[in-house]
Design a protein around this ligand. Structure first.
Ligand code: IPE
Ligand code: IPE
Ligand code: MG
Length: 256
């Protein structure tokens, strides 16, 4: 094992990962803005693609741990509607990583009963990626385990605009009346239809903004902004975030 890898392995084994019983309260739905790959690459004098590659390793570990803890849903921000503005080289590297991720992970995820949903407009993705994404959703569609939502070409505003269009079509066709447009009806038109609201939103790298992620679903989410860059986000960091969530007082507008 290269020295760097050895240090990494030792560090990740410093504290054993926590188990479900170690927590007093776990979120039902965790959302993650996996930020800081570019800065990580720069810090290590590597190309940005390497940062994203290491970011996928972190994601793999985080999915496993989320599944081990029995958390119901995990939503990760992998590519925003605004990320097309990056260089063609970087966008190309990210598109390649999508293929690599599914090629290496889909068997294990399916075996574990993970159900994959893609949030976002797949039709704007390259055709090969579209095929792989549809295949992953179809193959895992009946699974009953962890709901893994991967946001790709996703924007919260685009999602809400799409929901408005879907509702408008139903009104136009006579399927529903304008007064039938309730919060519940709108929720059914979101990519996350039927899933619980986000309880915990974590954004790594110290940035404190939503960047157009899950605008509706985060209405009452608790937010955490660890400064660690995404490729360095360890299971211990994740456990620390989940522990901090357990200590938050959630009032939902009530006086407790
Ligand atoms: C997040 O890392 C991953 C994607 C946006 C795909 P960044 O690439 O945004 O990393 P920074 O913010 O430049 O460090
Ligand atoms: C949000 O991060 C998108 C993803 C993590 C995929 P960005 O790095 O693109 O967001 P901004 O530009 O800093 O707001
Ligand atoms: Mg960023």
């Amino acid at each position: 094992m290269p020295v760097k890898g050895l240090f990494r392995a030792l560090r990740s084994h410093q504290a054993p990962a926590m188990t479900r019983e170690d927590f007093t309260r776990l979120p039902r739905h965790v959302a993650l803005i996996m930020d800081g790959n570019g800065r990580w690459a720069k810090k290590h004098k590597l190309g940005v693609a390497m940062g994203h590659r290491r970011g996928v390793e972190t994601l793999r570990n985080v999915i496993r741990h989320t599944d081990d803890l029995g958390i119901e849903a995990l939503t990760v921000y992998a590519f925003s509607t605004e990320n097309w503005k990056r260089s063609p080289e970087e966008v190309g590297a990210l598109m390649q990583l999508i293929l690599d991720f599914f090629a290496s992970e889909i068997d294990e995820l399916d075996e574990k009963g993970v159900r994959i949903t893609i949030l976002g407009d797949k039709s704007a993705m390259p055709i090969r990626q579209q095929e792989v994404l549809v295949e992953a959703e179809t193959r895992t569609g009946d699974n009953q385990g962890l709901r893994l939502n991967i946001a790709l070409n996703y924007g919260g505003r685009a999602e809400l605009t799409r929901a408005a269009q879907l509702l408008a079509q139903k009104v136009q066709s006579g399927e529903m009346a304008p007064e039938d447009i309730t919060e519940e009806a709108l929720e059914k038109c979101l990519y996350t239809a039927g899933q619980p609201d986000v309880d915990l939103m974590i954004r790594t790298s110290g940035e404190m903004r939503l960047s157009n992620f899950l605008l509706w679903q985060c209405a009452y989410a608790e937010f955490l902004f660890p400064t660690v860059l995404w490729p360095d986000f360890s299971i211990a960091d994740y456990d620390a975030a989940l522990t901090a969530f357990g200590g938050r007082e959630r009032r939902f507008g009530k006086r407790l």
